[in-house]
Structure formats: C-alpha cells, structure tokens
Design a protein around this ligand. Structure first.
Ligand SMILES: [Zn+2]
Length: 132
C-alpha cells in the first residue's frame, strides 16, 4: 500500500457562455461571466467578429439570442501518496487503472495498492508463470 494515501478532493468548475442558437441544438457560444458580460480578452479576433455579427443580426438566432448558459463540471482530483522510495505521486489512471512511480518504477492501482508491472499481468489478471 502506498504511504500517506490521500483521497482526491471533489472540485467544481463553473463556466458561463453567452449563447446564440441557430437551431434548438446549438449555434455560437462565447465565454462570459455569470451576468453575461462577454470575456473579450479570452477570445481570438475571429470569435470577436462572430460575436459582433451575432449582436448585429438577432434575426439569425430565432431559437435563442444572448442567453447565458451555465456549465458545471464536477470532477475528483486523483488520490495522492508517497511511494516506498519516497517519491510523492498522483494515483492517476495511466494504464488499465494503474500508474507507475516516476522515480523507482513501482506500479500502484489508483487506490494505492502495490502491483506487479503490467508485463507480468496474465490475461486474467494473474501473474504469468514464465518458468517454462
Ligand atoms: Zn517509487
């Protein structure tokens, strides 16, 4: 088992977009704050031109014009721990639900159990007996 195992915390990322719908499925979206103020500094010049065009032609967006859309992304950060070699590491899914210590090469499951290297995993998850 990995040392100092810490369960990853839940995070929430909230983003807003100002929407101009050409049909019921989509259209143009521009990054904005919760009040619908477009974040011009986060847009390239072509996007700024599209935004100006949207504002100038509300008739092109009968399914929604200038609507603020809230997008909430909840995710859990990976667990972390200290490998037996002393290396701090994130327990991320690098390969088949396992990850490798960047310093000593020890493999761990994403919940922190020490594993054999994948080259020694058999088809059914048991180690390959390569004595013959
Ligand atoms: Zn290590």
């Amino acid at each position: 088992m990995i040392n100092n195992h810490k369960i990853g915390e839940w995070r929430e990322e909230v983003r807003y977009a100002l929407m101009f719908y050409v049909d019921r499925y989509g259209g143009y979206a521009f990054p904005c704050d919760k009040d619908g103020n477009v974040l011009m500094d986060q847009m390239e010049e072509p996007a700024r031109k599209n935004y100006a065009d949207c504002l100038a032609h509300p008739e092109k967006y009968p399914y929604g014009f200038n609507e603020v859309h809230k997008d909430v992304n909840r995710y859990r950060e990976p667990d972390t721990g200290t490998c037996r070699c002393g290396q701090e590491m994130s327990l991320t899914n690098e390969y088949m639900g396992a990850c490798q210590c960047p310093k000593c090469g020890q493999w761990y499951s994403i919940s922190g159990q020490e594993l054999l290297p994948p080259s020694e995993w058999g088809w059914d998850g048991t180690p390959i007996d390569d004595d013959y």
